[in-house]
Design a protein around this ligand. Sequence first.
Ligand SMILES: Nc1ncnc2c1ncn2[C@@H]1O[C@H](COP(=O)(O)OP(=O)(O)OC[C@H]2O[C@@H]([n+]3cccc(C(=O)O)c3)[C@H](O)[C@@H]2O)[C@@H](O)[C@H]1O
Ligand SMILES: Nc1ncnc2c1ncn2[C@@H]1O[C@H](COP(=O)(O)OP(=O)(O)OP(=O)(O)O)[C@@H](O)[C@H]1O
Ligand SMILES: [Mg+2]
Length: 290
Amino acid sequence: MRLLEHHAAVVEGQVSAIAHQANQAHIQTALQVSPTLDPQQEVERRVAFLYRQLVSTGQKSLVLGISGGVDSTVAGRLAQLAVEKARQEGVEAHFYAMRLPYDTQQDEEDAHQALAFIQPDNVLTVNIQAASDALLASLEAGGLGFTDAHQRDFVLGNIKARQRMVAQYAVAGANAGLVVGTDQAAEALMGFFTKYGDGACDIAPLTGLTKAQVRQLGAVLGAPEALVEKQPTADLETLKPQPADEEALGFSYADIDAFLTGEQISEGARATIIQTYQRSAHKRQLPITP
Ligand SMILES: Nc1ncnc2c1ncn2[C@@H]1O[C@H](COP(=O)(O)OP(=O)(O)OC[C@H]2O[C@@H]([n+]3cccc(C(=O)O)c3)[C@H](O)[C@@H]2O)[C@@H](O)[C@H]1O
Ligand SMILES: Nc1ncnc2c1ncn2[C@@H]1O[C@H](COP(=O)(O)OP(=O)(O)OP(=O)(O)O)[C@@H](O)[C@H]1O
Ligand SMILES: [Mg+2]
């Protein structure tokens, strides 16, 4: 009897491993991941994409927040190259890079390095602290309470991400601009972004790229090595500045990328990643309707 139960458990494990494998392949397709790519060709393809969309939408500019992280360094340079290409073709186009610190950020120097590399047409610096704090204070005055200081700080973190979205859309509104997003496949997979915050954009040139591929594009673009290899951080919480995304996610980007490119990872990790993907489906879709 014990032996039969054991066999049943083994078969069940095998069936769920096969189901997870199928899901892994399905997710890879849904997130538009190419396990192998030529980084130089990808740069050209994505610059051409941004340029074509500027022309076809009739908009005149691109707008993007530059944090000092690798994603916005790469997307920012692609945006600048796209508007330069447009101008070469006789199309009026400009790139507005935005510094959006909450007060002073610890890695400000990296953001300056990123701007020096991107060479954007325009830089606007907007400190989002006053607006973020004012909204939180008004919410509290209006009766909102928090379970503890950590929850309050987490909620403020998402307010910061959405405040950056508001600022970028204001600049886009004044300059016939498309707001550029930096969502890539690793963040999309894990739903690791603020819904309608950094997740909100008009155009997403890094779609489908693993984190390693974003770094490869950065390298062929000639970005400073320190930025290409930099530890990713959402840096939203005031009580804990600059935490590594990997700590918050509970997974390394190497594992997340391995999942995306169809490589073998432990069955436990694969099951948890699939569960995280399914739970965050609402962030990749339009609102629920009746
Ligand atoms: N099944 C469902 N169907 C429809 N809506 C659903 C839902 N489950 C939750 N929701 C709703 O979703 C909302 C919560 O989503 P959201 O506000 O995004 O909040 P949440 O996912 O809790 O927090 C955002 C997470 O993304 C991380 N993040 C943010 C920004 C940048 C980066 C980065 O990598 O740089 C990372 C941040 O550290 C945090 O862990 C709530 O309103 C909730 O009710
Ligand atoms: N301090 C900031 N100033 C300007 N833009 C910001 C700032 N923080 C976040 N953003 C915007 O929000 C996006 C999402 O942040 P995220 O941390 O995922 O990307 P990143 O900082 O560019 O790269 P990494 O994920 O490697 O840290 C950024 O790409 C950027 O456009
Ligand atoms: Mg970051």
